[in-house]
Design a protein around this ligand. Structure first.
Ligand SMILES: Cc1ncc(COP(=O)(O)O)c(C=O)c1O
Length: 355
């Protein structure tokens, strides 16, 4: 099993992602140069969004997670991030505001607004976002706690193929922004989150098309008052990774041919499970034979660890052959320590048994 990260484009989609790379000296680490490299395509190109990519604070937070190690302690994480100079935090509950007021006093806060996630493959709308109608109240509370109301954010859901989803979200934000202004709170940024799609099989709108929807809507609704930030995830890195797996077994079970790989849902391909339903393309290094349908399974004993029900692969594929899972650059290797959070430590408690 291997994981490549490079400039690889199997869909012949030129210039789909043109974000400028982040490569700058981080103020909180004088003398230390930290490079965040997303592959050459991002470094080489300019785009409509150039300069608007989410600030370094967001990425920097991962370093904090790494430093603090095993135990996920949100308090320590907030505090350390703040000590290192992270000034902007997103929130969507009063409790988060209270935590910030204690651990990152004076922080700039960006409220996450719940928006409709229509058009996305993986909606995030139920789990996140201030309860609709309570946004202004939350910002008033933030101000009362000594925090600096700074902006609004949202997420249209991952892999969203409808550019109008961002427009609808901005329209939802506009009255909140205006009401806050009327109450004497002048926000400064709109962060349009992630959701930019990557091409698995069917064509998806490119970043230019989505930008062509977002930018005029920003102008129409916020004029020059709001600075725009974007937080692309999948759209930025999805097409830069390929999982190179090896066949470890093959079986005929009833009518179906099964192929077992040395990597599956628990080694980075979780989004290929039925529950997620992402249809990552799979190819083989053999390309001269007729194709036949296979059920593709991961190596574990879990019967759920089936990553594709109908993978068209060469009929003669067998033990030791390589199989490549394409477009696997996002939410794959990052699952090893997702969001920087370690697996819990095991503590064995010995008790005396009383008969
Ligand atoms: C707050 C936030 N921003 C951006 C992203 C990136 O989203 P995507 O990969 O859909 O672009 C995520 C992903 O979950 C997120 O939680």
């Amino acid at each position: 099993m291997m994981f490549f990260c490079a400039h690889l484009d199997f869909h012949d989609a030129p210039d789909r992602f043109g974000f400028t790379a982040i490569d700058q000296e981080l103020q909180p680490f004088p003398g230390k140069k930290i490079r965040l490299i997303f592959g050459q395509r991002f470094q080489a190109q300019q785009s409509l969004f150039a300069g608007y990519i989410a600030p370094v604070d967001y990425f920097f937070y991962r370093l904090v997670c790494r430093q603090l190690g095993r135990k996920y302690d949100p308090h320590a994480h907030f505090q350390r991030a703040h000590e290192y100079g992270v000034r902007r935090f997103a929130f969507d509950t009063r409790i988060e505001l209270e935590k910030l007021a204690n651990l990152a006093p004076g922080a700039q806060v960006i409220g996450r607004v719940a928006v409709d996630n229509n058009g996305s493959h993986w909606p995030l709308e139920r789990k996140f976002g201030i309860e609709p109608g309570q946004e202004v109240e939350h910002f008033l509370y933030a101000r009362a706690l000594g925090l600096e109301p700074y902006g609004l954010t949202f997420h249209v859901g991952s892999q969203n193929s409808d550019p109008q989803a961002w427009v609808r979200a901005l329209e939802r934000l506009s009255p909140i922004w205006n009401e806050l202004e009327a109450r004497g709170i002048q926000l400064q940024v709109i962060d349009t989150g992630g959701g930019f799609p990557v091409q698995f099989n069917d064509p998806v709108p490119g970043v230019e098309e989505i930008a062509a929807a977002i930018l005029p809507a920003m102008q129409r609704l916020f004029g020059n008052k709001a600075k725009l930030l974007v937080e692309p995830g999948r759209g930025l890195v999805g097409n830069t990774g390929i999982m190179a797996a090896t066949v470890i077994n093959r079986a005929t079970r009833g009518e179906r041919e099964w192929l077992y790989l040395d990597v599956g849902a628990f080694q980075g391909l979780i989004e290929m499970l039925d529950f997620y339903g992402f249809n990552y393309p799979v190819i083989s290094e053999r390309n001269s034979e007729p194709l036949t349908p296979f059920v593709l399974s991961g190596p574990t004993c879990d019967s759920a660890d089936v990553i594709k029900h109908q993978a068209m692969l060469p009929a003669g594929i067998t033990l030791g052959d390589r199989v490549y899972v394409l477009t696997a650059g996002a939410y794959s290797n990052s699952m090893e320590r997702y969001n920087g959070i370690d697996f819990p430590e095991t503590i064995i408690v010995q008790k005396e048994l009383v008969y």
